[in-house]
Ligand binder design. Structure first.
Ligand code: FCB
Length: 433
């Protein structure tokens, strides 16, 4: 592909600070992303609830009410629209919709109908995730994703929601980050059910791939009268780099990592993606490959910029993964990208730098169609609890009053103008000063 030849020509170094107006294609999607469990609060029917109670969260936190988006969704969606978002990503919480095996809760389905109707009324295109790391307790007790029946159990839930809510969904994301989910939950065991086995991880990935295929086919079949329905998933796409090591074994190792994290799942689910959803957070520097204990280089120790999570801020990695994934010749949506920080200038510059890389990817022909910042709201960050602040909007713990942060206003301007401009850049630089 021509893309490779052009790779070296366009890099972040070409950004002349504030000197350009980078205009995006008409109809580009600008949005924000959330997931049900992380923002809704008060969920006692998911495997994460047990996990939290068993003391597996940093600082021993419990999710409690959190941002209380379950109750305040109208206000939150209105905020997204006010910030000039034209799309919104949310997930349906399986443990609410199907609280018992085979028993659906119509009240909860109505809740999500209202959420989606509200989004539509506000002019937001909807990206709906069906599985975002959480499982109903009954499913967990039946062996979760290790159970060979898992894909068909998931399928019944899909059929139900596609029938009930299908007309309100523009983009379906079957599974969020299947490889990350399998790895964290069954590989390193820091998420429920806390297993630590490569063999189990592989089995879970296979079941998730089967589940994706079933969901893809079911949605297309059930919504055949909606020709615009699009089904894909959200994949965590990482950029990898060898750190001061040039041995052949390390070269092979990094290629394997790239394959397993970025391509494996697509290989397992060939032909069942209408688009690619990419979540970009990670630039991984590796030294000395060992299959069980890779040596990840701590970016902070190299004096590089990191987020509060310790994740390296490496915007050009987004360009790299977009270029890498363009090999699939499918429209690409950046379904997540964001930073945990309390420094609003850092958040605003992170946003600008990443959006800028998308612009450069577009210049070399990568078919990027949209960008969704993670996240609209400060929320529950899995095993970390509430301390990482990814939101464009914060909230007061007691009153739940929403607080629009400075970076949100920067993003709102980019979305409104469908462009990055000198003025926006300067305003971002001026935050905190
Ligand atoms: C992604 C997850 C999302 C959130 C961000 C920070 O991997 O999909 O739920 O936790 O990381």
């Amino acid at each position: 592909m021509v893309l490779i030849d052009q790779k070296q020509k366009i890099t972040t170094r070409e950004w002349v600070e504030g000197g350009e107006r980078l205009v995006f294609p008409q109809g580009f999607f600008w949005g924000t992303a959330t997931s049900a469990y992380q923002v809704e609060g008060n969920n006692k029917n998911s495997d994460w609830y047990l996990w939290e109670r068993d003391g597996n969260i940093e600082d021993g936190q419990l999710m409690g009410t959190g941002p209380d988006h379950y109750r305040l969704f109208k206000e939150d969606l209105s905020l997204a629209a006010k910030l000039n978002n034209n799309c919104f990503r949310l997930s349906l919480e399986w443990s609410r919709i199907e609280p018992q095996d085979g028993q659906f809760d119509q009240k909860e389905i109505e809740h999500y109908r209202q959420v989606l109707q509200t989004a539509k009324k506000l002019g937001l295109q909807t990206f709906v995730t069906l599985h975002h790391f959480t499982n109903p307790l009954w499913f967990y007790y039946r062996g979760g994703w290790l159970n060979s029946e898992a894909p068909s159990l998931f399928h019944s839930y899909i059929v139900k929601v596609a029938r009930e809510l299908g007309s309100l969904v523009d983009f379906w994301l079957t599974i969020n980050e299947p490889i990350i989910y399998a790895w964290q939950s069954y590989g390193v065991g820091i998420w429920p059910p806390g297993e630590s086995s490569l063999w189990q991880t592989r089995k879970v990935v296979k079941h998730l791939a089967e589940a994706h295929d079933l969901a893809y086919r079911a949605i297309h079949q059930l919504l055949a009268n909606q020709p615009t329905v699009r089904v894909g998933m959200a994949q965590n796409a990482s950029s990898f780099q060898l750190h001061r090591t040039y041995s052949l074994s390390d070269q092979i190792y990094i290629r394997l990592m790239n394959y397993y994290f970025n391509h494996w799942f697509y290989d397992l689910t060939k032909g069942t993606h209408d688009f690619l959803g990419l979540n970009y957070y990670f630039h991984t520097r590796l030294q000395k490959g060992h299959w069980r204990q890779p040596q990840f280089i701590n970016a902070a120790s190299l004096g590089r910029e990191v987020s509060d999570m310790g994740w390296e801020v490496y915007p050009h990695g987004l360009f790299e993964v977009l270029q890498e994934m363009s090999a699939y010749h499918l429209p690409i949506y950046v379904t997540e990208n964001g930073i945990a920080t309390n420094d609003e200038q850092q958040r605003a510059m992170y946003l600008i730098r990443h959006v800028q890389e998308i612009y450069y990817a577009l210049q070399i022909g990568v078919p990027v169609k949209g960008f969704l910042y993670w996240s609209l709201l400060d929320n529950w960050e899995w095993d970390k609890g509430y301390w990482p602040h990814f939101g464009l909007v914060g909230y007061q713990e007691k009153t739940k009053k929403r607080i629009i942060k400075p970076a949100a206003k920067i993003y709102a301007q980019i979305a409104q103008q469908n462009a990055l401009t000198k003025k926006i850049f300067q305003q971002a630089r001026g935050i905190n000063n």
